[in-house]
Design a protein around this ligand. Structure first.
Ligand code: NDP
Length: 335
């Protein structure tokens, strides 16, 4: 069973030497358990936090442990009567080729409904994140301006499209012309901004009536440029700040990251709220899924995946995602 282990804790940006590919014995399912052959692994920014031995809302990966992730796979052998060989399932399987799990820990997936890898993206945790954050915090109304950072990514592409479906004018911030063209032309956003260019000038041009809702995926300079343009009663959905994940520990201790002056929060009656999708998200998964499947069937929802080939490609794909080299939801096709 091929596995990718956390060989050492990254200092700053992860490098390939922080990971080790090993071959381990194939696990065998006991009574009530299922052997799953992984097909697609999900690479997500939160996994960077799990590599640090730091306090967070979840425990770190142990040194020498298998890197964690959600994945979809097919049942290879079952000792749980609810599952048969070939069934598609979702679970927290990790960066490896196979795993054994209790049947009750598996979520069945219907491949007739949508391609199985979408259970890791548009119909999975990132899509649910976008839905929950908009429902609870962003609450864009018809005619309001919603700005989404990391707009072509897993969460951003759904947040922006749901914003459009709720009647907002949506502006995406993404790195480079190709990502900008995708959010505008394929996802149907009203405008796209390249964060490598002059953010102030582009925001002024794209948001003439100011910004009512900011979907924060990035932090840093992007946040500093958006913040002063928030309108009265504006909302900031604090989903993530990927620009500082490789420096988070140091930045938190020293305040080294640039940030806006929070003075206008009072005068403008702004609402700035963080959330973690797992707080209430999975309990509301049914409502999310019903809405999303409706949009999918009607052809109103698009998605893009970036598929790295082979388990061995996972570390490099993860490193690339933190540097913006992914174009769409990053998954790994396990061969
Ligand atoms: P993405 O698919 O959006 O991939 C990450 C993207 O971030 C890159 O493609 C890049 O896009 C952008 N990026 C990286 N570094 C920078 C930088 N320095 N400046 C600007 N943009 C940068 O990832 P996800 O959709 O999976 O995650 C997006 C955010 O949502 C993350 O912050 C993540 O932690 C957060 N999240 C939060 C959850 C919660 O429960 N609160 C749950 C899931 C995700 P580009 O090329 O456009 O710059």
């Amino acid at each position: 069973n091929p596995q990718i282990l956390l060989a050492r804790r990254p200092q700053g940006a992860p490098v390939p030497e922080d990971f080790r590919l090993v071959e381990s014995p194939m696990p065998e399912p006991g009574e009530g358990e299922v052997l799953v052959r992984h097909r697609f692994l999900s690479l997500d920014p939160y996994q960077r936090g799990r590599m640090d031995d730091a306090k967070s809302y979840a425990a770190p990966v142990a040194l020498g442990g298998v890197m964690e992730c959600q994945a979809v796979g097919q049942v290879a052998a079952s000792r749980d009567s609810r599952f048969r060989e070939g069934d598609w399932v979702l679970g927290g399987f990790g960066w490896q080729g196979f795993s054994v799990r209790p049947g009750k820990a598996l979520i069945p997936i219907d491949p007739a409904e949508a391609p199985p890898s979408t259970a890791l993206g548009v119909l999975g945790m990132p899509g649910l994140t976008a839905w929950v954050g908009l429902e609870d915090i962003g609450q864009p109304k018809a005619g309001e301006t919603l700005v989404v950072s990391a707009a072509s990514g897993a969460v951003g592409q759904v947040a922006g499209q749901l914003g459009k479906l709720r009647g907002a004018r949506v502006v995406g911030i993404a790195g480079g012309a190709a990502k900008g063209a995708f959010v505008r032309d394929t996802l149907g956003f009203d405008a796209a901004i390249d964060h490598r260019g002059d953010l102030d000038a582009q925001l002024d041009a794209a948001c003439p009536a100011g910004i009512d809702v900011y979907w924060e995926n990035v932090g840093g300079e992007v946040q500093a440029a958006v913040f002063p343009r928030l309108n009265d009663f504006g909302r900031m959905v604090m989903c993530g700040m990927i620009a500082q994940y490789n420096t988070a520990a140091g930045a938190a201790a020293t305040g080294a990251m640039p940030g806006p002056n929070l003075g206008p929060v009072v005068r403008k009656r702004l609402r700035i709220q963080g959330f973690i999708v797992s707080d209430t998200g999975w309990r509301r998964y049914g409502a999310f899924r019903a809405e999303m499947l409706g949009h999918l069937r009607e052809g109103r929802l698009h998605w893009k995946e970036d598929v790295a080939q082979g388990l061995a490609a996972a570390p490099q794909a993860f490193i690339g995602m933190l540097a913006g080299r992914n174009f769409g939801k990053q998954v790994v096709a396990v061969e």
